[in-house]
Write a protein that binds this ligand. Sequence first.
Ligand code: FES
Ligand code: FES
Length: 153
Amino acid sequence: MIVLNVNGIKRQVDEDPDTPLLWVLRDNLGITSVKYTCGIAECGMCTVLIDGEAQRSCVVYVKDVLGSKITTIEGLPENHPVKVAWIERQVPQCGYCQPGIMLQTVDFLSRNPNPTEKQINDAMDNVICRCGTHPRIKKAIQMAAEMTARQGG
Ligand code: FES
Ligand code: FES
């Protein structure tokens, strides 16, 4: 039995420690907002925060995150600037890619609170939205950064 801290709650899981975190989140814990697409750390759909850092859960083993704080989109408060900006800017189309991209944004803004357009473009260059929502994603990131600045960081 292993214990994972997911969204602030300790969850017991009867699983092989060599299992990728993605599968434990989806299959054992039922958190299906974390998507499986490429399985090789290329697309970003499976991104979660591990101790605040965006990581691709398809290539992270559960044995390496015992004791870490794992956050999925459900763990972000509803008034988090990234969630508010995403709604305000009406970013999603099908929605499939959005949880991973939003979590990557949370990590990005924590390291770049006042990002330039180029920094945003570079940061979002390695995540894939097949619906083509990148222009709205970039606007939402700018809005989330401005909201965070107004709230005093
Ligand atoms: S499924 Fe993990 S990066 Fe694509
Ligand atoms: S909103 Fe459909 S894949 Fe991004």
